[in-house]
Design a binder for this molecule. Sequence first.
Ligand code: FMN
Length: 472
Amino acid sequence: MSAFPRVAALKTVAALRGRLQELGLSLACDEAALAAPESPLAAPVEVEGFRCGNRWVIHPMEGWDAEADGRVSDLVRRRWHNFARSGAKWLWGGEAMAVVPEGRANPRQLIINEANEDSLKELLAGTVEVHRQAFGAADDLLVGFQLTHSGRFCRPNSQKKYEPRTLYRHPVLDRKFGIDSDAPLLSDEELRRLIERYIAAARIAQRCGAHFVDVKHCHGYLGHEFLSAHTRPGDFGGSFENRTRFLREIVAGIRAACPGLRIGVRLSTFDFVAFKPDPARAEGKKLGPGIPEDPAGVTAVDLTEGIRFLELCRALGIRMINVSAGSPYYNPHIQRPALFPPSDGYQPPEDPLAGCVRQIDATAELKQRFPDLVLVGTGYTYLQEYLPHVAQAQVRAGRVDAVGLGRMVLSYPTLPADVLRTGLMNNKAICRTFSDCTTGPRNGLRSGCFPLDPFYRTLPDYKELQQIKAGA
Ligand SMILES: Cc1cc2nc3c(=O)[nH]c(=O)nc-3n(C[C@H](O)[C@H](O)[C@H](O)COP(=O)(O)O)c2cc1C
C-alpha cells in the first residue's frame, strides 16, 4: 500500500480540502464542476489574434508509435483524433516531433522533415475535421506542432540504447545515464546547423496548416539543457545571453521565413536535482521512495531564471507559454505527480498532491508577473475527480489562462466535452496514475493507457508490460 491516501478515497471536496490542510497546502477548489456557459473553462481566450474557443488544452503526448521513417501511423492518428474529440479548443503541439532523425527520443518518434510533410499535413487536416464533425466548428480550434531535439535523451536507433547529444558535462546526469566522455558534446557548428533544421521544420508546420510551433524547452531535452549550460564555453553557454542564443536564433529565423506563424514555448520553469529510489527503503520488488542523487542539489522551486526567460520570450514577441517543470527522466514526481512510479522511477517522496500544487502555484506566480502572456497550466491529472473543480477555480482567479491535460486525456479523452456539457465526469475513466504510459516506453514498448483504454489491451505490448511489471 502507498503511504499516501488515494484521491478516489477522498469522497468529497471537504475531504480533499482536509487532506490538503494536513499537508500544509492551500489550493483553491470549487464545490462542484460547472458546465458551460457558467464554467470559467468555457470562456474563449484570445491568443495572438486567434479566438480559441475555450480554456481546455491538450498537452503534447507522444506514443512511441510512429512509422520507422517518422511518418504518421494509425496509432498516432488515433491519438490525435481522440485529442480532437476531447472538446478542448487548444491542442498544444500534439506530440513532440524530432527536427532531425538523430534527435529522436525513440526510433518511433515523429520526424518533421520534407519527406514526411504530406503525412503530417493529412494528420492535421484529419484532426481538425474530426473536431469539426464532433463540435460543429473548428475555426476556434488552435493547433500547433511541437518541435524537439531530445539531446541527452536521444534514442534514435534502439528503444533500449541512449545515444546522447549533450551541451556540457553534467556532474550528476552524466553519471546517472552512463556518459563517461566528451564524445556526445554538440559543437557550436552542429548547433548552428540544427537551428536551420528548426526553421525548416517551422516552414513545414506552416505549410501543413499549424497555427503555431512550440520551440520546446522542457523535460531535460536539448532546448531545456541550454538553460543550465553555465559551464559550456563558446557561443551557446555561460551567460544568459549565450544560453538563450538557441531560442533567439530559431525565433529570428522563423519570423523571417514564416510570417504569420505564431511561436510558443513549453518550458520547464523550474527544475530539481535528479532523484533515485532510496535503496535502504526498498521493500522486496518495490522501489524505495525518491531521494536526491546529490543531497546538496536543488529541491525547492526557484523561478529566477524562468522569469528571466519569460521576459526574453515577451521581448521576442512570444505570447504563449506552456508551463511545465523538471524532467520525466530524472525527477518525474515534480513533472508528472503519480501514486505509482514508472519502472525506472521511485516511490513518491511526497504526497503527489504536493506536486500538483507546486506546479499550479509556480504558474500563478508567473501569471501575476506576466499578465500579458497566455499561460497554460500543467500537472493537473493527479487531481483526478477534482481536476475540473481546481481547474475552473484557477482560471476564475486569473492564476492561469488555460488548463492542459496530459495523462488524463489518454484514459479519458472526452473529459473536457463531458464536463462542459454536464458538469459531470465518468469516474470509471479517470487516470489513476499507474504510470504504465511511461513504463511501456521505458521498456521499449508503445505508450497508451493500458489500464483503461480497452484498445491498448488488445495490443501485444499489454501482455509484455504485465510481464515486465511482474518481474520488476
Ligand atoms: C506518455 C507520455 C507522453 C508525453 N509526451 C510528451 C511530449 O511529446 N511532449 C511534451 O512536452 N510532454 C510530453 N509529456 C508530458 C505531458 O505533456 C504532461 O506535461 C505531463 O504528463 C504532466 O501532465 P498531467 O499531470 O496532466 O499528466 C508526455 C507524458 C506522458 C505520460
